[in-house]
Design a protein around this ligand. Sequence first.
Ligand code: FES
Length: 164
Amino acid sequence: MTDKNKTISHILTEERRHPRHLVDILQDIQAGEGYLSKDEMLKVAEFLGLPASAVWGVATFYNQFRFAPLGRHPARVCMGTACHLAGGQLVLEAMARELEIDIGSTSEDQEFSLERVACIGCCALAPVFTIGADVFPRMTPPKVEEVLVAIKPAGARKNKANRK
Ligand code: FES
C-alpha cells in the first residue's frame, strides 16, 4: 500500500460513510495532500455512493479547495474587503499575468502557484499578498513585477524577456 493510499484509507473510515461528511473528507484529503486529485475525488464518490459530478460540484463550489499541487513558491493574493477596496483585484491580475498562470493553478515548472484568499489579518497594509511565509504590503501591479523578478528562477525570466 502506498503512502497516498494509506492516507486516504485513514480518512475514508466507516463512521464517515455518509454524504454529510463530504466536505470534511475533502478538507482532510487536501490537508494531507495539498490538493484534491481527480483519483481521490473518484474514490470519495465511490465511498459515499455519490455521482462523481456531485463531489466535483461541491469541491468547486468552495474557494478553499484546489485541484493542483502547490508550487514551490505558493503565492496567495488577499481579496478580503480592505485589500479588495485598495486594488487587490489589479494586484491579482498582475500576478496572474506575470506568472503566466491562471488563478487557482500551478506553473508547468511547479515553481509558482496562485490563489486568492480571504483576509490574512494585516488589513492596514492592504493590498497584500504572500509568497510562502513572506508578506508583501501595499502592492501595486508594478511592485508585483519587482517582487517576482527577485524570486523567479533566472531561466524563467530569460524566457519571458525573449518573448517580449
Ligand atoms: S483584507 Fe487583506 S489583509 Fe485583511
